[in-house]
Ligand binder design. Structure first.
Ligand code: MLT
Length: 309
């Protein structure tokens, strides 16, 4: 009877609005991607998908909220690299990253961009890297909390330049970007999603992309490799998650709505404008994301373990 009831619930699902937790501050890249996808998913699900920011501690506060939510499909989470990296970076998580979540599907992937406040002295990427190498702690670099993409990017830069900057933590790169535009912060490594609109608006300066290839949407910018950081290659991804025990037919419905969003021309057009890409269809099933997610947890465990030695 319980099983039959579960099937009936899944058949009717959704009968009320769905909350999508964004684990970083409003106005940042996760919020931007989450809102785009949520809006499109609302159309195919016939119910509003409402974005709610639950930020703090590199996205682990929002992840914990999802882990403790009812597994009924009415609370989902958009998260990224930090969900996997957090498993090795945080000692006292109240969830087990490997088992607490049911991956719904991968969303987008793309590079980050090395940025400075508008009036920063460096004229190009090489000059900026020189300053960051030589001036170390005189340079302030913002990030979205331990384990966030901006934080991992900053750590990789410190390692590549053999330097230590003054790190400033925010609840997301949204507020960090505000400080960068206001001139209170020197440097930020942010996702192209939020970097490109501000570079185009001449609110900040963009120097280089973190991926191995240049980005169509930012053709003039070199890669960090071209600027001298041999082997530097960092690409971020977002995925969608439900709590672990969510019935499979509900996860399937959510995945179908995600797939539809990632084939929606208005979403794809915006993705292209801000330099990010949808995952190919065969990589955005729940099973494919689960496999990728387990792999990412292992990769970051390895990277973080090596850096501790
Ligand atoms: C955000 O939305 O603030 C970002 O995704 C944070 C980050 O990981 O740098």
């Amino acid at each position: 009877i319980l099983m039959l009831a579960g099937t009936a619930v899944a058949q009717d699902y959704p009968t009320r609005p769905i909350t999508m937790i964004v684990p970083f501050a409003a106005g940042g890249p996760s919020d931007a991607i989450g809102r785009l996808v949520a809006q499109s998913m609302s159309k195919s699900l016939g119910q509003q998908v409402v974005v709610e920011s639950v930020s703090g501690a590199g996205g682990t506060v929002g992840a914990s909220r999802l882990a403790r939510s009812d597994a009924d499909g009415y609370t989902i989470l958009i998260h990224h690299v930090a969900l996997a990296a957090g498993a090795s970076l945080y000692k006292n998580l109240d969830y087990d990253t490997s088992t607490a979540f049911a991956p719904i599907g991968l969303v987008n992937r793309g590079p980050m961009v090395l940025l400075s406040r508008k009036n920063y002295e460096a004229s190009d990427a090489k000059a900026l890297l020189g300053i960051m190498r030589e001036q170390g702690t005189k340079v302030s670099v913002g990030h979205a909390g331990v384990g966030s993409n901006s934080h991992l990017c900053t750590l990789l830069m410190q390692e590549a330049l053999n330097s230590k900057f003054t790190l400033v933590a925010y609840k997301g790169t949204g507020p960090a970007m505000n400080d960068l535009m206001g001139g209170q912060l020197d440097i930020l490594c942010d996702q192209s999603t939020t970097a490109i609109p501000q570079i185009s608006g001449k609110m900040i300066k963009g120097y280089a992309v973190t991926s191995a290839e240049r980005l169509d949407a930012l053709k003039d910018l070199p890669t960090l490799q071209e600027a001298g950081l041999k082997d530097f290659n960092f690409t971020i991804w977002h995925g969608l998650y439900a709590p672990a025990k969510t019935p499979e037919p509900i996860v399937k419905k959510l995945n179908e709505a995600l797939q539809a969003a990632l084939s929606d021309q208005s979403v794809l057009q915006r993705f292209a404008e801000v330099g990010t890409s949808p995952f190919p269809a065969d990589q955005r099933t729940p099973a494919a994301h689960k496999k990728q997610f387990d792999h990412e947890i292992a990769v970051w465990k390895d990277v973080i373990g090596k850096n501790k030695k």
